[in-house]
Design a protein around this ligand. Structure first.
Ligand code: ADP
Ligand code: MG
Length: 137
């Protein structure tokens, strides 16, 4: 059993497709162990994406992630980190496989609907960024 952090980004929330996205996770055997809707400040978005601080897209990405509400979730299941990323599809929707969330909904490489942790250590940091242990059930 593994846990990963999933975010439905501001573009996904605006398009009113939370149910579709969460349904895909559930259909693939992942379980929602924690969930809430929040609106990050620019500073909070910068803290979340601190690993990307030297990337050219850091400023634009953190503007995007703080432009409106997001839904943050802890997903739980066998191989949850890799499975979530498979369901999401490649970062750039142009390269995403058929049937993935990003292929079906993402506008471009930045506005790509969902986030998912990429490794055990990043999942632990990202889950702890939004949730206390008492909120994960
Ligand atoms: P992923 O979300 O697939 O793990 P990364 O960790 O590489 O991708 O990047 C984090 C986020 O930054 C992406 O989901 C996307 O929103 C944005 N991003 C990544 N690459 C670019 C890029 N070349 N131009 C603009 N935004 C980008
Ligand atoms: Mg990443």
């Amino acid at each position: 059993m593994e846990r990963t952090l999933s975010i439905i980004k501001p573009d996904g929330v605006k398009r009113n497709i939370l149910g579709d996205i969460i349904g895909r996770f559930e259909k693939h055997g992942l379980r929602v162990a924690a969930i809430k809707k929040i609106w990050m400040s620019k500073e909070e978005a910068k803290g979340f994406y601190i690993v990307h601080k030297d990337r050219p897209f850091y400023d634009s990405l953190t503007d995007f992630m703080s432009e409106g509400p997001i839904v943050v979730m802890v997903l739980e299941g066998d191989n949850a980190i890799a499975k979530n990323r498979e369901i999401m599809g490649a970062t750039n929707p142009a390269n995403a496989a058929e049937g993935t969330i990003r292929k079906d909904f993402a506008e471009n490489v930045e506005r790509n609907i969902v986030h998912g942790s990429d490794a055990t250590e990043t999942a632990a940091f990202e889950i702890g960024y939004f949730f206390s242990s008492l909120e994960i059930l």
